[in-house]
Design a protein around this ligand. Structure first.
Ligand SMILES: [Ca+2]
Length: 413
């Protein structure tokens, strides 16, 4: 996922990094991709000099010479990290697109397998921390596609590169010091401490300060190991994070709701919470017949309007993990899907281009049939679909915009 500024300072950075996941990133969609090759370290005299100065500051913050020597022995400057940091484009996906990616068929399918496979582990974690296993598993699914995209960038190199380069230097230097504290505690070796290009680590993409605050050793081997193939410590650490952030067991994150005709739109919006009984009295019903909960209601549709979602206090807790509304709805919705619940029921309506999900999928099918591969037909107009549009436009002598449109769809039909 693409990083957004506001999420960077927060806990587990799902929107960071090489390895992530649901959302905001163009192209990847919900489909598994092979991991990127490990980035290249290059000699850089400026970085060397910066590290020498940093070592003095780190020593003043309790990092031993031995830890520093071991941590920086193989570390170096990674130009690719700087490129990723500079090339972030900030854009907002629609909730519809976000959920198409966050709860793609592939992610739901793999998630149900993993949820079953780790059922007893998740149940043990739930009984200790009071966070439902399907919610923890949904975070895992969004952060690393259930462990398949944990990131292979050496963390000390990545964080020192970002701290040296200057932009947000203070933030990354504090993360670097935290990473060194983790090494000093013996939880992981420098060589095995890998993560995203921005230093988000392991199955649920903890940044070092979040690790220090929340990571736990659930396996009992004395190490808080969020990097291993075995996700147990990472899942327990995620539950610990949510528990300490105010999670209430038994309270849904939220749910899709249906509002009555003529519903007062002034009642919509986060922060305008009402009790379940008040919503019930206003004619609001859950989309699947469940009992309502207290909370606020938002319109999730492309032009406002349906689908509507009721969001509880547990939704606010997910935001403490990653402060992005689409992310938190994505976690909640995926957690429901892992239990066997269905997709969002109401249609999201036409998007800003006037196209519905069905139109966008028809466009992808038509492009693919014409020999312009869109990499799937999920209805999400990602980088691959836009490249296919551009290639088609060039092939027929149209101006090359890469932009989807109803006119393009008509032309292709
Ligand atoms: Ca452990």
């Amino acid at each position: 996922m693409l990083i957004t500024r506001r999420t960077m300072a927060l806990g587990a950075l799902s929107v960071l990094g090489a390895c992530v996941s649901a959302g905001d990133r163009s192209g990847g969609g919900g489909v598994y991709r092979a991991p990127d090759p490990a980035p290249r370290i290059v000699p850089d005299a400026g970085w060397d000099a910066w590290v020498e100065g940093f070592k003095g500051r780190a020593a003043g913050r309790g990092i031993s010479q031995g830890t520093l020597d071991a941590a920086f022995r193989e570390a170096g400057f990674i130009p690719e990290v700087i490129e990723k940091d500079r090339n972030q484009t900030e854009f907002t996906r629609t909730l519809e697109d976000y959920l198409n990616i966050a709860a793609s068929d592939e992610r739901v399918s793999l998630g149900r397998q993993r949820y079953a496979q780790y059922g007893s582990t998740l149940a043990a974690i739930e009984s200790r921390y009071g966070v439902e296993g399907n919610v923890v598993a949904a975070v895992w699914g969004l952060e690393s596609f259930f462990g398949t995209r944990r990131g292979n960038v050496p963390v000390i190199s990545a964080l020192s590169t970002l701290a040296y380069e200057g932009r947000r230097a203070e933030f990354f230097e504090s993360q670097l010091v935290a990473a060194l504290k983790i090494l000093q505690a013996g939880d992981i070796s420098p060589g095995a401490m890998t993560g995203s290009w921005a230093g988000a680590m392991g199955h649920t993409q903890f940044i070092p300060t979040s690790y220090l605050a929340f990571a736990v050793d659930f396996t009992g081997d004395g190490r808080r190991d969020i990097w291993s193939e075995d996700p147990t410590d990472a899942l327990a650490s995620t539950a610990a994070y949510l528990a300490k952030s105010g999670w209430t067991r038994g309270l849904p994150w939220g749910m899709e709701v249906v509002v009555p005709a003529g519903f007062n739109a002034g009642l919509l919006g986060r922060g305008k919470g009402r009790s379940a009984a008040e919503w019930q009295g206003s004619g609001v019903r859950s989309a699947d017949g469940r009992a309502l909960a207290g909370g606020s209601i938002i319109a999730g549709g492309n032009g406002g309007g349906a689908p509507y979602f009721l969001l509880t206090q547990n939704f606010a807790t997910i935001l403490r993990y990653n402060n992005a509304q689409n992310y938190a709805i994505g976690v909640g919705h995926l957690s429901d899907r892992l239990l066997g619940r269905g997709a969002v029921q109401a249609a999201f309506g036409p998007d800003a281009t006037g196209m519905t999900q069905g139109d966008r999928q028809a466009l992808q099918r038509a492009l693919s049939a014409a020999g312009f591969d869109t990499g799937g037909t999920d209805g999400v107009m990602g980088a691959k679909t836009r490249a296919a549009i551009s290639a088609y436009q060039a092939s027929v002598g149209l101006p090359v915009t890469g932009e989807p449109s109803l006119e393009l769809l008509r032309r292709l039909r």
